[in-house]
Design a protein around this ligand. Structure first.
Ligand SMILES: Cc1cc2nc3c(=O)[nH]c(=O)nc-3n(C[C@H](O)[C@H](O)[C@H](O)COP(=O)(O)OP(=O)(O)OC[C@H]3O[C@@H](n4cnc5c(N)ncnc54)[C@H](O)[C@@H]3O)c2cc1C
Length: 441
């Protein structure tokens, strides 16, 4: 008999997982709380676009979707920083040609659902909210649109129901389940810069724009129609202070003067759009026997400052699939190997993401930091085989996030040593560098 898998949550990771599992011939029942995203706009006001990079692309390539998604994406080759007085400074993300890609969350999810819908062995159930799970029997209970309850029995359940997963809630009350949830002190609000005439881009198109202001920041990512989605990351107590139209406009004019003339709907957007919360969720174990496993944000919600939440979730699916290759139909071994491989990496990207908040908001305006970044960039160009930056390892490679974290710590020691020795002139001297490589080994 075919292995039957219930997937709870048809977001980015759930729909991708359904396709991977169906390709193996399993019978997949995919349940999504919301209506069909191909017929309804469900993403308004919540991270409309996302940065897709190497790990996510690798996962999409395995189901033949990378080229199609990239065709509609906008490559962002670097960060464009906007100072308070409107000066611009640019920092490339990687080597020549390396970019992160701005993609529409809605379109990506729709594409995945569309592809999943084409498989005979995937049944998709929309408007079906998981309200209970019996782990030992791999049974899940769903509340349907008309209020009726529907119970599904399968061989195993995979919870891809996001940061506030109902499936995780059930694991949480089992023995020795570790759990922590930490909110960042800033929330976010989405705003807009519309396209110019004939769909032209009013800011540099191929960059991720950042207005770093120390305790808060705004960023903007380009969309194919010529507009930008801006996100203001802002401490809650400051949101509380912006209560009147005048205080909102004054604040923006003071902090983001170059952006305000490009934001005709600023006031309405600011007042209408919700404040989103940013949470890091860490938990373990992610599985119980061979019955239930958590994946994506359900296992590891992270803050968005490294642009890796989706990429990491997609990589979970790839690793899970590799474990099936390795262990065949020994599902206890598959589940256990999957969680052991992913947990340290998920913890590392969670910490990297929080660290990157402070880097983006504050340090990108700091001279010492920029000096280090400059040397780092030179090293990646001069010694591509010997030196890889933490950003490159995280964003443009498939090596573990944990490795990227560890290597970043070592790189920092090397960069500080170079600066203490008198700086960047010396790094072109291969003999000088030869004495230092041991610091990053
Ligand atoms: C502001 C912001 C910006 C971001 N930017 C980036 C970025 O640039 N790059 C990047 O890689 N990541 C980014 N992320 C992270 C990314 O959005 C998540 O990591 C990704 O969506 C995780 O996918 P998922 O499928 O695990 O969860 P989700 O996308 O949250 O999907 C979960 C699905 O489960 C459904 N669901 C929930 N509860 C139930 C239930 N009880 N029953 C049935 N269905 C249920 C939901 O409706 C949803 O469709 C960002 C996140 C935020 C908040």
């Amino acid at each position: 008999m075919k292995t039957k898998i219930t997937i709870v949550g048809g977001g980015l990771s759930g729909s991708l997982l359904a396709i991977y599992m169906a390709k193996r011939g399993f019978q997949v029942e995919l349940f999504e709380r919301r209506p069909d995203m191909r017929k309804t706009a469900i993403y308004q006001g919540r991270s409309i676009n996302l940065a897709l990079s190497t790990r996510g692309l690798n996962a999409l390539a395995k189901i033949g979707l990378d080229t199609e998604i990239l065709a509609d994406a906008i490559p962002m080759y670097g960060r464009m920083m906007h100072s308070k007085t409107g000066e611009l400074s640019y920092h490339a993300y990687g080597k020549q040609g390396q970019a992160i890609n701005s993609v529409s969350r809605g379109r990506l999810n729709q594409k995945l659902i569309e592809l999943a819908d084409g498989f005979e062995n995937i049944n998709i159930h929309f408007n079906a909210r998981c309200i209970d799970v019996n782990i030992d029997e791999a049974k899940a209970v769903f509340e349907l649109e008309d209020g009726t309850l529907h119970t599904v029995q399968s061989d195993r359940i995979i919870g891809t129901d996001g940061a506030f997963a109902a499936t995780r809630g059930k694991l949480q009350i089992t023995d020795r389940f570790n759990y922590s949830q930490t909110y960042l002190h800033v929330g976010y609000k989405e705003l807009a810069i519309p396209a110019g005439e004939n769909g032209s881009f009013l800011l540099e198109k191929n960059a991720l724009h950042i207005w770093p202001r120390g305790s808060f920041m705004m960023i903007a990512l380009p969309n194919p129609a010529g507009d930008f989605t801006c996100t203001l990351f802002f401490p809650y107590e400051l949101f509380d202070r912006l209560q009147t139209d005048k205080s909102i406009v004054d604040f923006f004019e003071q902090e983001f003067a170059d952006a305000v003339p490009l934001m005709p709907t600023l006031l309405a957007d600011f007042k209408q759009n919700p404040i989103g919360n940013l949470v890091t969720v860490k938990c373990y174990p992610w599985v119980k026997a061979d019955k239930i496993a958590l994946m994506g944000d359900a296992a590891h919600a992270i803050v968005p400052f490294y642009g890796q939440g989706m990429n990491c979730s997609f990589e979970d699916v790839v690793v899970f699939d590799q474990m099936i290759d390795r262990f065949g139909d020994d599902w206890n071994a598959i589940f256990d190997a999957y969680q052991k491989e992913r947990k340290p990496n998920a913890d590392a990207i969670a910490d990297l993401a929080v660290q990157n908040y402070y880097e983006m908001a504050d340090k990108v305006a700091d001279k010492h930091f920029l000096h280090k970044k400059h040397i780092e960039h030179e090293l990646t160009e001069l010694y591509p085989d010997k030196f890889k930056s933490q950003y490159e390892l995280t964003t443009f490679s498939l090596s573990g996030y944990k490795y990227a974290w560890d290597q970043g710590q070592k790189n920092d020691v090397l960069l500080e040593k170079i600066i203490a020795d008198g700086g960047e002139e010396k790094i072109k001297d291969a003999v000088y560098m030869e004495q230092l490589w041991h610091l990053i080994q």
